[in-house]
Design a protein around this ligand. Structure first.
Ligand SMILES: [Zn+2]
Length: 734
């Protein structure tokens, strides 16, 4: 009996999933899950929404709603989008029975997750894996002396390693380096770049990651042949830098409370990195409590142990899927926490040698590179993305799964392009595979037969095709090996090559000439080829299923199969000895052709709508809220500036693009709707007042960094505000 666990990195519930997430880890995890199941293994798949930490609070602040509202909204949107994509997250209990496992897409706000995290926290504290230290942290101090600590995501600066200008407070997204607070160069507050920020002392608990240096080095060496180059090298970088203890608590109010008494801990929470990775442990436990136990699993609430704790009889395997920015959390940090738990539970010293009953370490951390969007990086915060829910409103999920699998960023970044999507779907997926299936089914349905059932039954002669069958079996073996190694692109290519062989077989035996001709040897020979092609189509229904589940179900029905496709084992798919089935229903094509022009027009409309939505945002005034607080007024940072030059906006009739001297040594670009009221010449050289801390936004394709202040009498008179007399640019307006 094989017990396989598929772990997918937990997406932040601060926005909808985009195609970058799908290609990076959602799709690979689901393909692997479906593949492992079809091999007859007992498979548990675990992931969920990461709902704490600053990504959530940043989104909540942007939308001016509570963090809870944000995570509730996106948790449901994302799980639904994944199910609509054909991922198996809806199968909490395996259709073969609960002993076989199931899937759980949980969330870190789950009360049980919080309880288990607190227990782990206490255990590690008692076992001396946590230590208290005073650290330095950026903070802003307001006029009344109130200190507000700024989480690392609220601080930006230059990476001390690679010089990247938008590195976070504790980690650089560009080179993967992590560092101490005071090492970041030119730090600034992200929300308020001009504010002065300072460093103050704050007490926190730290996980002694340094204790695991040797065991993690041994572990990495053991994985040398398994990990992909990106995983090997990023892990090596971390280990070479020398591991340091990491804070597991932080000054923030959104997160899991600490199981510690004392005033000083009350305002602190468990650091999100420390509790979110524990989701890999809490999720199987919660699955056991809520699903296995309820459904009568033999081991009840302890069912999770079959998958998670080492038992040599169970042939266990743990595979993790994530994007490359997440690698060290899965090759260093999570293994270290597992080793700490094993040591704490058993009393044995720290080791990567897992003993019976210990929690298992990973067998592969399969990280992908990035999927780019037409050359640029997908980004939730920069809104450069194709969102999964929107995509699925219009397009076939299988076509997306095919394109992202055959174009998967396994070893280097790949690009999502609409033209390539259309080309690959029309010419490869439909041109090769869809076409083969359609030919086999329609040709067979055109045979006039007096017998019930599949008319090809009379013509089957598998022995005549030994060579071809051997070649198909070889391709099947190759596809299997690729999937065992998480090489999805390669595997799908081998499977598509089987379909190419099928097409070549049809060309060679030309059954269309003999469908309703007299019975003779020539006809027998030709239709025996079609009979084998039918068998190949059936194999392909099983083999394409992990990649494209919806079409696989449709094909299975059109083949007249009455057994569950889930009961067909991956290795039996090429045995060609099943009962030949039949259904009278006329077959339909598996896929619809895509039209590039139609798609580009649709995407263009969506993009324009998005730009327009962002162009005019009239603020409805609510009578009750006519007064604002003085603090609110102080949030608006107004400054003086001088207009240097004015140019036409290429895409907007009413906008000038204004280059503004905004301080003695810097300039910025502002798009202003002044074309109807100010000549270009009149504006150039003018001293003006502008809003300096307005979030930059794109106006018809040009990023506008602020807003000029003008008075408007409502009758078409618009006058820019200008300081009386000379004052240096960049002066604060109050
Ligand atoms: Zn860097």
């Amino acid at each position: 009996m094989n017990y396989v666990t598929i772990f997918m990195a937990w997406p932040y519930a601060n926005g909808p999933l985009h195609l970058g997430h799908v290609a990076g880890n959602c799709l690979p995890a689901d393909i692997q899950y479906k593949f492992e199941r079809s091999k007859g293994n007992r498979v548990l798949m675990c992931s969920g929404s990461d709902e704490h930490g600053t990504p959530i609070t940043v989104s909540a602040e942007e939308e001016k709603i509570s963090p809870q509202k944000i995570v509730d909204r996106y948790h449901h949107t994302n799980i639904q989008a994944l199910i609509d994509l054909g991922c198996s997250w809806g199968d909490n209990i395996d259709p073969r029975g609960v002993e076989y496992g199931g899937a759980l897409y949980n969330r870190t706000s789950d009360i049980r997750h919080k309880e288990i995290v607190k227990e782990v926290f206490e255990l590690l504290l008692e076992s001396d894996f946590l230590e208290e230290k005073t650290m330095q942290q950026y903070c802003s101090v307001n006029g009344e002396g109130n200190v507000k600590f700024l989480p690392d995501r609220y601080v930006e600066g230059e990476c001390p390693e690679c010089g990247y200008d938008r590195a976070r407070g504790d980690q650089c997204d560009e080179c993967g380096m992590t560092y101490d607070t005071n090492e970041l160069l030119n730090p600034r507050s992200k929300m308020n770049p001009d504010a002065t920020i300072e460093i103050r002392d704050t007490d926190h608990l730290f996980f002694k990651l340094n204790l695991f240096q040797n065991s993690l080095e041994k572990h990495a060496a053991e994985r040398d042949d398994v990990w992909k180059p990106n995983v090997r090298s990023m892990t090596k970088n971390w280990l070479n830098m020398g591991l340091r203890s990491r804070a597991v608590t932080r000054d923030i109010n959104w997160g899991i409370e600490l199981p510690l008494s004392g005033n000083k801990w009350a305002k602190k929470r468990v650091y999100v990195w420390f509790e979110a990775v524990q989701g890999y442990y809490t999720c199987p436990l919660i699955w056991s409590e809520r699903f296995a136990d309820q459904s009568g699993h033999n081991d009840g609430k302890n069912a999770w142990q079959n998958w998670l704790t080492y038992d040599p009889r169970k042939n266990q395997k743990h595979i993790y899927f994530m994007g490359k920015d997440n690698i060290p959390f899965h090759t260093i940090i999570w293994p270290a926490i597992i080793m700490a738990l094993n040591s704490a539970n058993s009393g044995n010293p720290i080791s990567n040698n897992i003993k019976i009953g210990d929690l298992l370490l990973e067998n592969n951390v399969a990280s992908n590179e990035y999927l780019m969007l037409q050359g640029g990086q997908f980004s939730k915060s920069r809104k450069h993305a194709v969102w999964l829910p929107n995509f699925l409103e219009t397009y076939d999920p299988d076509s997306l799964r095919y394109y992202l699998s055959i174009n998967m960023p396994e070893t280097h970044d790949t690009d999502f392009r609409w033209d390539e999507y259309v080309d690959r779907v029309n010419n490869e997926l439909i041109g090769n595979y869809g076409n083969f299936i359609n030919r086999v089914l329609t040709l067979t349905h055109r045979i006039k037969s007096d017998n019930e059932g599949n008319p090809l039954l009379l013509y089957e002669r598998l022995d005549d095709y030994d060579n071809l069958i051997t070649e198909i079996r070889k391709l099947h073996t190759k596809a299997t090996i690729s999937l065992e190694r998480q090489r999805f692109k390669e595997s799908l290519r081998h499977i598509m090559a089987i379909s190419q062989k099928g097409n070549a077989l049809l060309q060679q035996c030309a059954p269309w000439k003999y469908l309703n001709s007299e019975e003779n040897e020539e006809k027998n020979k030709s239709l025996s080829g079609l009979a084998l092609a039918w068998r190949i189509a059936r194999s392909l229904a099983v083999l394409t299923r992990p990649f494209m589940p919806f079409q696989s179900d449709r094909l299975w029905k059109m083949l007249g199969e009455v057994t569950l496709i889930d009961d067909i084992l991956w290795q039996d798919a090429i045995k060609f000895n099943s009962k030949m089935t039949w259904v009278d229903t006329i077959p339909a094509p598996l896929f619809k052709k895509l039209d590039l022009n139609e798609i580009l027009q649709r995407e263009d409309t969506i993009a324009k709508k998005y730009n327009n939505d962002n162009e005019v945002t009239p603020v409805a005034r609510d009578k009750e809220s006519d007064y604002i607080q003085f603090e609110d007024f102080l949030k608006v940072e107004m400054k003086t500036g001088k207009i240097l030059s004015v140019t036409e906006h290429p895409n907007a009739d009413k906008l000038w693009i204004i280059k503004l001297q905004d301080s003695p040594d810097s300039t910025r670009t502002i798009c202003a709707g002044l074309k109807d009221v100010y000549e270009k010449e009149k504006l150039e050289g003018m001293n003006v007042v502008y809003v300096a801390n307005l979030e930059p936004r794109k106006l018809r394709g040009i990023v506008s960094e602020g807003m000029l202040l003008a008075a408007d009498d409502g009758n078409g008179n618009v006058k820019l505000l200008t300081p009386e007399g000379e004052i240096s640019v960049g002066s604060l307006v109050r």
